[in-house]
Design a protein around this ligand. Structure first.
Ligand code: DX5
Ligand code: ZN
Length: 237
């Protein structure tokens, strides 16, 4: 039995929780965003996150058009691929996304997430990701209504709720993301869909986010704020 599994078995008694709820808390996935890494040592940083217990490596792709910033292209994703076997969670802040999906898959993306607001044919774009054998994710900006997800729930493996306006790390968490997560968790029902939250996540709001229904926490500043990435990741669980 692994230590996390053992802890999940013991915690319910200690915290007076039903087993399923304790296991749920223990099983939250942490996806550090390399946007806050040292870009001069990116391979080394990805190896350090892997060793520190990251569940996914979150890669923020910005096009200077959908968002006012430019970051990483497929060439960099490909260069990073051999530094970790953990799933590469590629967040495309790119409009329109379709022309780039195949190159990010070829570069080594395991999950490709596109924005509802980034193109007119969301259903087609999501089908394209799955047709390439990868997990399809859909993301919502803070001011986008979750009802836009209603017709694609059976096309997605992951829903990414933005809790800041995308474009930069280190922004302040927008609190209405909490209720939005709870509403989306109810929409998901029994479907096997990860519910990820991105932006301003830190140890102070992590538990409330998981309680609301999030299953994956993205964190940039909170993971890179000090050199002990393992402790910073553990503080979010
Ligand atoms: C913002 C990005 C986030 C960002 C999170 O557009 O999508 O992934 O890196 O950074 P923090 O955790 O610092 O808000
Ligand atoms: Zn992101």
């Amino acid at each position: 039995m692994t230590i996390p599994t053992l802890a999940a078995k013991l915690l319910p008694g200690l915290l007076n929780l039903p087993i399923s709820q304790a296991e749920w808390f223990m099983s939250v996935k942490i996806a550090p965003s390399i946007l806050s890494a040292d870009f001069a040592r990116l391979g080394e940083e990805v190896r350090a996150l892997d060793a520190a217990g990251a569940d996914f490596i979150h890669i923020d792709v910005m096009d200077g058009h959908f968002v006012p910033n430019l970051t990483i292209g497929p060439v960099v994703v490909k260069a990073l691929r051999h530094h970790s076997k953990k799933p590469f969670d590629v967040h495309l802040m790119v409009t329109p996304p379709d022309a780039y999906i195949e190159s990010f898959v070829a570069a080594g993306a395991d999950i490709v997430t596109i924005h509802v607001e980034a193109g007119p044919h969301l259903d087609r774009s999501l089908q394209l990701i799955r047709s390439l054998g990868r997990k399809a994710g859909v993301s919502l900006n803070p001011a986008t209504d979750e009802q836009t997800l209603a017709y694609v729930l059976d096309r997605v493996d992951l829903i990414l709720v933005m809790s800041v306006n995308p474009g930069f790390g280190g922004q302040v968490f927008i609190p209405n993301a909490l209720d939005k997560i709870a509403r989306i968790r109810a929409m998901i029902g029994p479907r096997n869909i990860e519910l990820e939250v991105d932006g301003g996540v830190d140890p102070a709001n992590a538990h409330a986010l998981v309680k609301a229904g999030a299953s994956v926490l993205v964190a940039g500043s909170a993971v890179f704020r000090s050199p002990d990435y393992a402790a910073n990741i553990a503080a979010l669980r």
